[in-house]
Structure formats: structure tokens, C-alpha cells
Write a protein that binds this ligand. Structure first.
Ligand SMILES: Nc1ncnc2c1ncn2[C@@H]1O[C@H](COP(=O)(O)OP(=O)(O)O)[C@@H](O)[C@H]1O
Ligand SMILES: [Mg+2]
Length: 214
């Protein structure tokens, strides 16, 4: 079975989708966003398709598409939709699969279930995306604790932003985690600049060892 990798983050807007686009391109993977909350602009699936230069067939359909850019538990209630977290089963695809959660690890899907609970049930390895800017140490260590409290396997931390070696080293030490690499701020952010930066910043073998638990 090929690698199945969950991309999560310390927060919304940290760069999970850009990272997932780069990783999907690097591994020639498929991409799945189980719950998309907010359909106003470009969806995460559309961004990954564009930025990762991913063929449409490798973008799997979202299970729930919710109109409001809010926590899924709330966005679903506004739409009158009932999310059943147990129904979220990892799709069967050939080759690697990148799965992007919504927001951070403790974002609720329902009033009783968070994304971290779903990751724990899947038993898939998680990449935690974190910014390098001020506040990153606390958010990253808290997220690692929340994942570990549920026995979610953590592949490592992927940083996004300017170089902050001290931030990276203290997170590695206190978090007891691997640092997978750092994606710099790209200007312009395009399929070409992302591919080039990703090839330099990350090693495919760090991700391809993440096997499905079955
Ligand atoms: N490495 C990067 N270089 C430049 N802009 C970035 C980078 N990573 C993220 N961004 C920008 O930051 C914003 C949030 O990124 P996004 O990947 O959508 O975050 P998330 O999926 O965590 O909510 C977007 O406007 C995106 O284009
Ligand atoms: Mg996203």
C-alpha cells in the first residue's frame, strides 16, 4: 500500500494547502480534502490542482462541501447538513494520497468529534504544518501534545516562512519531533516556484515511508 499522509497545521491560514499542493506534486500523489468549509473563492482542491499541477483525476471529490467559511461543525449546522465523522473513510487510490484537514488539529467536525479524533481512527501519519513567525513554538508544541494524546503518529513538522533556526531547534527538542523541512515565503507563488522550492526543501523519502496501517 502506498503512503497515506494527513496534512494538518497549527491553525488555519498557515499554508497547509500550499504545502499539500507541493507535496502532491512532489510525490505524484492524489489529494483529498474530506471537508471543505467555504465555497466562496477557490476551494483547497482547486488550489492544489492549480499550484501542484495535479491532473483533475487525482483530485478526489470532497465528502462534505459546506458554504460557510467556519468551523465544520458550525458550517454544517448553517447548511442544515449532518456530518457523520464515522463515514469519513480513506479513499482507495493507486499511489500516494495526501489528505488535508480543516484548520488546526482540534477543529470540531461535530459537537463531539474533532479532526484529531478522525486522524486517530485512521491511524495515518500526520505532517504538522507550522509557521516560523512569533507564536509558532507554543502552537506547534500544543498541537503535538494533542496529537500524541490520541496516539496519532506524527511524521514531523513542516515549517512555512522565513528561516528561524532557534524556533526550529527548540521545537525539535521539546516536541521530540522530526523537522521535515521549511518552505520559504514564495513571491511569486506559482506552480514553478513551488515545485522548485519543494524539491530543495523536502525529501520524498521522508514521506514515502508513511504507510497505511492496514
Ligand atoms: N510558502 C508560501 N509562500 C507564499 N504564500 C504562501 C505560502 N504558503 C501559504 N501562502 C499563502 O498564505 C495563505 C494561506 O495559505 P493556505 O495554504 O491556504 O493555508 P491553510 O490551508 O493552512 O488555510 C494563502 O493566501 C497562500 O497563498
Ligand atoms: Mg487549506
Amino acid at each position: 500500500m502506498s503512503a497515506r499522509i494527513v496534512v494538518t497545521g497549527t491553525d488555519t491560514d498557515v499554508g497547509k494547502t500550499v504545502f499539500a499542493a507541493g507535496l502532491t506534486g512532489l510525490l505524484r500523489a492524489s489529494y483529498w480534502k474530506p471537508v471543505q468549509a467555504g465555497l466562496g473563492g477557490e476551494t483547497d482542491s482547486e488550489t492544489v490542482r492549480r499550484l501542484g499541477d495535479v491532473s483533475p483525476g487525482r483530485i478526489l471529490p470532497e465528502t462534505w462541501r459546506l458554504n460557510t467559511p467556519a468551523s465544520p461543525h458550525h458550517a454544517a449546522a448553517i447548511d442544515g447538513v449532518v456530518i457523520v465523522p464515522e463515514d469519513l473513510t480513506v479513499p482507495n487510490v493507486d499511489g500516494p494520497l495526501i489528505i488535508e484537514g480543516a484548520g488546526g488539529v482540534l477543529v470540531p467536525l461535530t459537537r463531539t468529534t474533532t479532526f484529531a479524533d478522525v486522524f486517530a481512527r485512521w491511524k495515518l501519519a500526520v505532517v504538522l504544518c507550522a509557521r516560523t513567525r512569533l507564536g509558532a513554538i507554543n502552537h506547534t508544541l500544543l498541537s503535538l501534545e494533542a496529537l500524541r494524546a490520541r496516539s496519532v503518529p506524527v511524521l514531523g513538522v513542516a515549517f512555512i516562512g522565513d528561516a528561524e533556526p532557534e524556533t526550529e531547534s527548540i521545537i525539535r527538542e521539546l516536541g521530540g519531533t522530526k523537522i521535515l523541512g521549511r518552505l520559504p515565503v514564495l513571491d511569486p507563488l506559482s506552480p514553478a516556484t513551488l515545485r522548485q522550492a519543494f524539491n530543495t526543501a523536502f525529501q520524498p523519502c521522508d514521506f514515502l515511508t508513511a504507510q497505511s496501517s492496514d
